[in-house]
Design a protein around this ligand. Sequence first.
Ligand code: G3H
Ligand code: 13P
Ligand code: NA
Ligand code: ZN
Length: 328
Amino acid sequence: ALISLRQMLDHAAEFSYGVPAFNVNNLEQMRAIMLAADKTDSPVIVQASAGARKYAGAPFLRHLILAAVEEFPHIPVVMHQDHGTSLAVCQRSIQLGFSSVMMDGSLGEDGKTPMDYAYNVEVTRRVVEIAHACGVSVEGELGCLGSLETGEAGEEDGIGADCKLSHDQMLTDPEEAAQFVRETQVDALAIACGTSHGAYKFSRPPTDDILAIDRIKAIHERIPDTHLVMHGSSSVPQDWLEVINEYGGAIPETYGVPVAQIQQGIKYGVRKVNIDTDLRLASTGAIRRYLAKHPAEFDPRKYLQESVKAMADICIARYEAFGCAGQG
Ligand code: G3H
Ligand code: 13P
Ligand code: NA
Ligand code: ZN
């Protein structure tokens, strides 16, 4: 059944687990997520970005998610809009039937200038007003995602700052977070704690203290009823990088967020863990390997099935690691 983010994360908070939120762009990702959730008895958050809407079209995405709900009626599903950039975008998603929207006002009105607090509060507050009237949850964002190692905002278009970030900008301030929540009434808050979007988070193997766990803890203590969201949470599996590069790919050395660090975050209040890149890597690796090993094969279902399997394995591992398995 389709439920709101607030409903799902209230349960996660009560039982101290985190829910991975996987990005979805196509049928194969949707099937992988649902097969994994079914197998591990996990609740599901699927999220659609602006890029996903551009690729698949909003109606296809909507019906893909609704089809998942129809095929797996026993699994609770949140249909979430990832990184909404304006009130109008969020309004459209609410009309389409999304049960949760993210209003990302962290990069200002032009989408690339961080730290316009007044704009962020105002636009997020207006989204909350409309969304809550419709029973839809809202995720806001305060602070700017950036790798504490590199000071870079990350790779994805449209959702990263255009400039180098200072260390201060890359960590959400607990006091400001409390004020933001008071002023906007968001259900969930994406915070900056050392993660960044995309595959290039860290250039060296990350240490066990690569994230600002103390900062997560301090924010959670100030706003215990607001569910914290960790964006940029892909772990960039080294085994899939090897497969990709063994079968014709050329991805440079790079590292993601260790699962153990995410588990620490969950211990201190992170309830929604955004993952996109890991499924992209698994899918690409599985397809490259299949096609290299079966050069005469041309039925897309053959290699896409490999992609589904590879992505489902990642989903299962995350459901289990985040304590989400058995909570569906
Ligand atoms: O937060 C970003 C997600 O990874 C979505 O990426 O805009 O390429 O769909 P995308
Ligand atoms: P990754 O790029 O680490 O998978 O993060 C995805 C994300 O935060 C989507 O909002
Ligand atoms: Na989101
Ligand atoms: Zn994100």
